[in-house]
Design a protein around this ligand. Structure first.
Ligand code: PHE
Length: 373
């Protein structure tokens, strides 16, 4: 019996893992294990022998069982220690940041402008980006032979022979939404229409798709004074300045009479734009009193109602608001305003600094890097 004891305690102490341990358990104290077999032999013993052998066997069984479970937990501890050595985790390390998407500057600016005009009682109107040429041109007092049609570099939708639906275009401006809003809502009305517009033009300073925001107010006794107030309010709120001096320059749009291009007083220094001060003027939008023909196309009686309208190029404004990082030259000098058109303003004629320094798409990409994530 002592032999058995030595044998098993030795084997248990040397067991390499749980499987080995389980095999030992079966061969020692399992049903057919050596100790169990010895216990069966008790029946053949004399009562005297049995009195000695019985308790001794039970004690041996207990001893082996407790050696087994002690070894089992020692093995588990060792395994855990081993895992802790290789799988340790430094909880003091800074977390890995997850890249977060951000709102595109153009969308952000559209939302801001919409909120500003909402405070002035304007609601948002929408129209299709594939527009009939009637809405895009004729209804806006631009007849078929008018030079504006070619000036606007229009994308025409292909038409199969025999298709006698009216010709359609990718809208060249948001002004057709003026007509749709007047037809839908009648007078009086106040709407803005932000959206995408398209012109077949692509170079350093033009992209074929850009964004505009149209404004239209129709009421009794509206005048240029109301237009001026409204735009000044907008500029003050948008650029967050107390003073915003606007300059109205006589201009021409077929759909407004009189028409004005609007410049904003500003300064450029160290590549930084400051609004409301300085000696520069930056053109920011086109505007005017709605032409009577346009009111009529919108089913509104020009004898009873007047309207003002304006069109802002969003991409440009987004760049201005974010401080236009590509506009400083290498010395950080202010760049003079010269005649370079930028998207959204081809027909609004926004002029800006050196063409080679200015790429709006690059500029927008810069903002995204600068402001996100
Ligand atoms: N639709 C004109 C343009 O793209 C802008 C404009 C809108 C001018 C409303 C006057 C009034 O270029």
């Amino acid at each position: 019996m002592d032999d058995l004891r030595e044998k098993y305690l030795g084997l248990i102490a040397g067991a390499a893992d749980e499987t080995a341990l389980e095999e030992l358990r079966v061969s020692a104290v399992g049903k057919k294990g050596e100790i169990s077999l010895k216990m069966r032999e008790l029946g053949k013993m004399t009562p005297e022998e049995r009195q000695i052998a019985g308790p001794a066997l039970n004690a041996l069984k207990d001893e082996i069982n407790s050696a087994l479970s002690a070894k089992k937990s020692a093995l588990a501890d060792a395994a855990l220690d081993e895992r802790l050595k290789t799988e340790w985790l430094d909880v003091t390390l800074p977390g890995r940041p997850r890249r977060q998407g951000t709102i595109h500057p153009v969308s952000q600016v559209m939302e801001e402008i919409t909120a500003i005009f909402a405070d002035m009682g304007f609601s948002v109107a929408e129209g299709p980006q594939i527009e009939s040429d009637w809405y895009n041109f004729d209804a806006l007092n631009i007849p078929a032979e008018h030079p504006t049609r070619t000036e606007m570099d229009t994308f025409y939708m292909a038409q199969k022979p025999g298709d006698n639906r009216p010709p359609h275009v990718l809208r060249t401006h948001t002004s057709p939404v003026q007509i749709r809003a007047m037809q839908d809502q009648g007078a009086p009305l106040r709407v803005i229409a932000p959206g995408r517009v398209y012109r077949s033009d692509y170079d350093q300073t033009h992209t074929p798709m850009f964004h505009q925001l149209e404004g239209l107010a129709v009421d009794r006794d509206l005048s240029m004074a109301n237009l001026k107030w409204c735009l000044e309010e907008f500029v003050r709120a948008f650029f967050e300045v107390e003073q915003a001096e606007l300059r109205f320059r006589a201009s021409h749009f077929p759909f407004t009479e009189p028409s004005a291009e609007v410049d904003l007083r500003c300064s450029w220094s160290q590549g930084q734009l400051k609004v409301g001060e300085g000696d520069d003027w930056m053109e920011i939008l086109g505007s005017g009193m709605v032409h009577p023909n346009v009111l009529e196309a919108g089913n509104i009686d020009p004898g009873q109602w007047q309207g003002f309208a304006f069109g802002i190029g969003i991409d440009r404004i987004a760049i201005l608001q974010h401080g236009d990082p590509v506009d400083a030259d290498s010395e950080g000098e202010a760049l003079p305003l010269i005649g370079v058109d930028v998207p959204g303003f081809q027909n609004l004629g926004v002029h800006h600094a050196r063409a080679e320094d200015f790429h709006p798409i690059v500029a927008l990409a810069h903002f995204q890097l600068a402001i996100g994530p």
